[in-house]
Design a binder for this molecule. Structure first.
Ligand SMILES: CC(C)(COP(=O)(O)OP(=O)(O)OC[C@H]1O[C@@H](n2cnc3c(N)ncnc32)[C@H](O)[C@@H]1OP(=O)(O)O)[C@@H](O)C(=O)NCCC(=O)NCCS
Length: 223
């Protein structure tokens, strides 16, 4: 199983007890780690992941006739679970699974642009100029999940750093994200992360993306 080479989580989480080994580690999603991914997404207290299975950004639109016929989230969950497994088997889904003492407790999805095309269909989305996209190596970081009882300890931020390590190891390029700039809504609405955590990871805001109770922005960074 592949482990992310540099795992920066210890400094953040174990701030008050540096001499104690961090219980957290990370692995890339793969056919081998699929059972861990599945275990995480079948847990209670993981937000909307239980029915989305992080398939939303893999598709341009959810308005296909087949999807419209699925009336309940439970039915959508079955379909999305199967879709995600197929993508993983084909090597068309990427992300970082975070473990606490070998138990999966967190997740950050990333991938090359064409693997996560959802944003391309958004009216307010601004494509980067070709020269900005570092030789067409163009990546997206779209989703986070942290199990409820592990939240508020910097796990999502550390998963972001691990995702950037994963992108760097695959050759790097331009990395784009769509985090929340302002919200009066709950944790589920923050599934793309927050502007502050991306700023701390070296991203810059390019433009607003959506406005409302939860506002989001387009952010980018080259690595
Ligand atoms: C959003 C979420 C990933 C945050 O995880 P976390 O490990 O608690 O986040 P971190 O501790 O790394 O915090 C990162 C930043 O986000 C902020 N943040 C975290 N949760 C927040 C919330 N609910 N509201 C506002 N800000 C929040 C933190 O204050 C921190 O800001 P800072 O960098 O300025 O200090 C987590 O709450 C979650 O899993 N929510 C459900 C998401 C979901 O439904 N995903 C399904 C996708 S299909």
């Amino acid at each position: 199983m592949s482990r992310v080479a540099s795992w920066p989580i210890a400094g953040r989480i174990m701030r008050t007890s540096r001499d104690v080994k961090s219980p957290y580690s990370a692995r890339e999603l793969s056919k081998e780690t699929w059972p861990d991914f599945e275990k995480l997404f079948l847990k209670k207290g993981i937000g909307d992941g239980w029915w989305c299975w992080c398939t939303y950004h893999h598709e341009m639109s959810h308005s296909s006739v087949e999807k419209k016929q699925l009336k309940t989230r439970a039915k959508i969950a079955v379909r999305n679970h199967s879709e995600k497994r197929t993508l993983v088997e084909k090597g068309q889904a990427h992300g970082i699974i975070v473990y606490a003492n070998e138990e999966p407790v967190g997740w950050c999805q990333y991938g090359p642009k064409d693997e996560l095309p959802r944003m391309d269909g958004r009216r307010r989305y601004r494509r980067p100029k070709l020269e900005d996209s570092s030789g067409n190596r163009f990546w997206r970081i779209t989703c986070f999940i942290v199990q409820e009882d592990h939240r508020g300890r910097g796990l999502a931020s550390a998963a972001l750093e691990a995702a950037l390590d994963g992108i760097r190891m695959k050759g790097g390029g331009l990395v784009e994200a769509y985090p929340v700039s302002n919200s009066d809504q709950g944790a589920n609405y923050h599934y793309c992360g927050t502007v502050s955590m991306f700023e701390k990871a070296g991203f810059k805001t390019i433009a607003p993306l959506s406005e409302g109770r939860t506002s989001t922005a387009i952010m980018r960074r080259a690595i």
